[in-house]
Design a protein around this ligand. Structure first.
Ligand code: CIR
Length: 252
């Protein structure tokens, strides 16, 4: 994770209108997320803030870490490209690094891994060259990389995340469930379009309090749901998964 920038209020926005962010509340929510991850057994490494990089708290977009390698992305928003250097330095202690090079662009929020199958959103942030570069980086380790159209939302993982092995939580308005053959698909409650982003850790998920109906669906499946309030980060188009890069620290 990374300490929040005091300039978060100048973040990139694509689908939302700008609303004032209460930084102190945002920081408290971010700390609560960190504590939730620790409660679920994660050891959290927190990088120092990057005051001049408003979106730098959303570290998910800067790296894709699998057991074998860490792909350092080239974020689609030019204002975010400088975020990757410090993340790469931190990840170099755990994995060999593979960078996405220009003209490729790739945001980690567009990358969903289901076992050996990796799905990549074709979004406003991730382009064909970025998808091809990810394919080149991962295919040697036996991963398939499949591009998936997304519309109406920022990233693929705004529309779909894995909530249990082989089970995805999905908003059918933003991504077609048929793109994930073999997966068990749970739909968000239709009144909670932003609810598809859940952070899975083992048998549990960290999940926003703002989406109680979808949260009940998850509990009904026997999933342990750890609820947190992320309302201030949501104003920056941030969700649960955006704020961390979660991986097994030992090399595969
Ligand atoms: C952006 O537009 O890049 C940030 N304001 C929000 C990034 C959220 N990241 C994510 O969903 N992975």
């Amino acid at each position: 994770m990374r300490e929040m920038s005091p300039s978060l209020g100048q973040c990139e926005l694509t689908f939302l209108d700008r609303a004032a962010i209460d930084l102190e509340r945002a920081r408290a929510q971010h700390r609560a997320l960190e504590q939730a991850l620790e409660t679920l057994g994660c050891v959290v490494e927190r990088l120092p803030a990057e005051p001049d990089l408003p979106d730098s708290v959303f570290v998910e977009d800067t790296a894709v870490v699998i057991d074998e390698v860490a792909v350092v992305t080239r974020p689609g928003a030019p204002s975010r490209r400088a975020e990757t250097a410090s993340v790469a330095r931190a990840l170099a202690r755990y994995r060999r690094l593979v960078p996405i090079e220009a003209p490729g662009t790739l945001d980690g929020g567009d990358v969903l891994r289901l076992g050996k199958r990796v799905f990549v959103g074709r979004s406003t942030r991730t382009n064909e060259a970025g998808i091809e570069a990810l394919r080149a980086a991962l295919s040697g380790f036996g991963y398939s990389v499949t591009a998936v159209p997304v519309s109406g939302c920022l990233h693929l993982k705004s529309a779909v995340t894995e909530i249990a092995p082989g089970t995805v939580l999905l908003n059918p308005e933003w991504v077609d469930a048929a793109a994930f053959p073999g997966a068990t698909v749970i739909e968000v409650d239709p009144d909670e379009p932003f609810a598809a982003n859940a952070q899975r850790v083992g048998d549990a998920v960290v999940f926003p309090a703002a989406f109680p109906r979808t949260g009940e669906r998850l509990q009904g499946l026997g999933i342990r749901v750890v609820t947190i309030d992320l309302s201030e980060l949501a104003k920056a188009e941030g969700a649960v998964t955006c704020c961390s890069v979660v991986f097994e620290s030992a090399r595969g």
